[in-house]
Design a protein around this ligand. Structure first.
Ligand code: PLP
Length: 549
């Protein structure tokens, strides 16, 4: 319905983009406005009075009006431009002072994005406040039960309530209006993270009654590097600016500075003018279309759920019926990070991992989820494509469970794992060989999976140990286990290469100094490395080296 308004898809017609909760594609009007600014009005804002500087300032300030209109703020002076939701929340957290807080607790939802958690940890230690978590059900749902529990936690003791309007990891829509209503009566400062709501539903900050509302431009069809902090006027007045420098002042001497009133006191330095102008266009697009966007996404979401519910061995976390277009999936039998490369190979963009909500994953007792997230440009065709690829990928993984033992006999067992992987023809065969290799890994006993042996930074839990020159490892992901088997095969070969029964110093050195990462690259295994996995495997390589030294 909206897809032809997004130029990205003209250039990448084969791409099935289901990762809009991470970032959305950009609307044509946004791309045009950013270009137009660079081509015709490029000047800085609020500083000069020559013609293009005035034009740039007018475009920039007109975006502020569009944002105010989009969220029904009383005044555009309540709209502060930032680099994104993260900076907006940090601006609030850093600018608070004691007089704005009455109470001894910060209340945070269990599903919060790290951006709406870590800044509050710092506030808690600065003002000696206690963080209290609002719980979800064991499968990530927020129902009447959780709401009742939450209501009991909303007491006069709470100084700050920080919560998302919509969870990025689960898609749960939270009752922000009801909560803010109670919070206002108790003088609790409310910070609502609207990052995952703003592109999917009408937002009215006056109606919600929150003290602050934040979001990012790039998740609402606008540019990256720009975002919004909305605040009630009295709070913006009280909040201290933390980006100090040019533009945000009225008077400066060597020893003293007077600040502009909000919003400019928070916009120190040269702002992202192009980004703000693009954001204004994204707001206009949403203002004109939000009702049909909401309707279209609901239809897509319902169709997707219907299909997913027919797949066995798959569980959807969070509020399934009352959710925005985010589906968070875990598999009974397989690690979702083994599924991801199979989907990527078929041009399906989805997100696998903790979604910047590690404590939530711990709470749900999962390593991560596969998140499918929709947007206005999602089509039924995209969803059919996704479902087809998902079914095919699950078949490959199921075969990995049952069929590989038969295959094992049919490959030449004399070849080392690395050779088998290198000589596998095509991506699918290589993937199968990695699944096969995972079966050769000497599995680390559970009692050795202790913090000393843990390797961090990977998308899956990972442990490595060396005992009497015997390397063992474990990861829930079969693909990671396959890669570990290849690494350990090489290290073991090097340890034995000097011919002595007990590996001598030279062998140890050779094994410890070997460039394992380069080795994986030679085996063409890098397509399996997302940024998270690459970091984790690099850490795994370091761990192997260290333990061998
Ligand atoms: N809050 C939520 C709910 C998010 O989904 C995200 C990004 O994923 C953020 C905050 C942080 O947004 P940004 O990285 O654009 O600052």
């Amino acid at each position: 319905m909206f897809k032809d308004q997004f130029p990205f898809f003209n250039n990448k017609p084969e791409q099935v983009y289901l990762d809009s909760a991470a970032t959305t594609q950009k609307h044509a009007s946004v791309v045009a406005a950013v270009n137009d600014y660079h081509l015709h009005h490029n000047a800085t804002v609020h500083r000069s009075a020559y013609q293009i500087a005035n034009q740039a300032t007018a475009l920039y300030e007109s975006s502020r009006n569009s944002v105010a209109k989009l969220i029904s703020a009383k005044s555009s002076a309540q709209i502060v431009f930032s680099s994104g939701a993260t900076e907006s929340i940090n601006t609030i957290a850093n600018g608070l002072h004691k007089t704005m807080l009455c109470g001894s607790k910060i209340l945070i939802l269990a599903s919060e994005h790290h951006a709406n958690l870590i800044p509050w940890q710092k506030v808690a230690s600065r003002f000696n406040l206690k963080i209290e978590i609002v719980k979800l059900s064991a499968d990530g749902c927020f129902t009447q039960n959780e709401f009742d529990q939450f209501s009991k936690q909303l007491t006069a003791d709470v100084a700050i309530l920080a919560m998302a309007h919509v969870s990025n990891a689960l898609g749960n829509i939270y009752p922000v209006k009801e909560v803010c209503n109670t919070a206002n009566n108790l003088q609790i400062l409310t910070v609502i993270d609207g990052t995952q709501a703003i592109a999917h539903m009408p937002v009215n900050v006056e109606d919600i009654g929150c003290d602050f509302y934040v979001f990012s431009g790039h998740k609402m069809y606008g540019p990256t590097g720009v975002g919004v902090l909305y605040g009630k006027s009295e709070h913006l007045e009280n909040l201290a600016p933390f980006k100090l420098g040019g533009e945000m002042i009225t008077q400066v001497s060597y020893t003293h500075a007077e600040f502009q009133p909000a919003p400019l006191k928070f916009e120190g330095g040269t702002p992202n003018v192009a980004g703000v102008i693009g954001l204004g266009k994204a707001c206009e697009f949403l203002l004109n279309n939000i009702v049909s966007i909401q309707q279209h996404e609901k239809e897509c979401y319902t169709a997707l759920l219907e299909q997913l519910e027919k797949v066995s061995g798959l569980r959807i976390l969070g509020n399934v019926r009352d959710s925005i277009g985010v589906v968070s999936i875990v598999l009974d039998k397989h690690n979702i990070s083994d599924l991801a490369p199979l989907l990527y190979q078929k041009h399906i963009a989805v997100r696998v991992g903790h979604h910047c909500a590690m404590p939530l994953m711990d709470f749900l007792q999962v390593a991560g989820t596969l998140r499918v997230s929709l947007a206005c440009y999602t089509t039924m065709g995209d969803l059919d494509n996704f479902m087809r690829s998902l079914q095919l990928s699950l078949t490959v993984l199921d075969e990995g469970e049952s069929g590989l033992d038969e295959q094992k006999d049919s490959v030449n067992e004399l070849l080392p794992l690395a050779q088998k992987i290198k000589s596998a023809n095509g991506w699918d065969n290589q993937y199968r060989q990695l699944l096969l290799a995972s079966k050769s890994l000497k599995i680390m006993p559970v009692e050795l999976r202790i913090p000393d042996n843990a390797v961090f930074g990977c998308e899956s839990d990972l442990w490595i140990s060396v005992q009497q020159n015997q390397l063992s490892a474990y990861s829930q992901s079969k693909i990671i286990r396959g890669i570990l088997a290849v690494l350990i095969e090489k290290a073991t070969e090097l340890l034995r290469s000097e011919g002595s029964k007990n590996a001598d110093d030279a062998a140890h050195n050779a094994a410890a100094e070997f460039d394992y990462f380069d080795y994986l690259t030679t085996l063409k295994l890098t397509p399996y490395f997302s940024a998270g996995r690459r970091d984790g495997l690099q850490n795994a390589v370091c761990a192997i080296k260290q333990k061998l030294r």
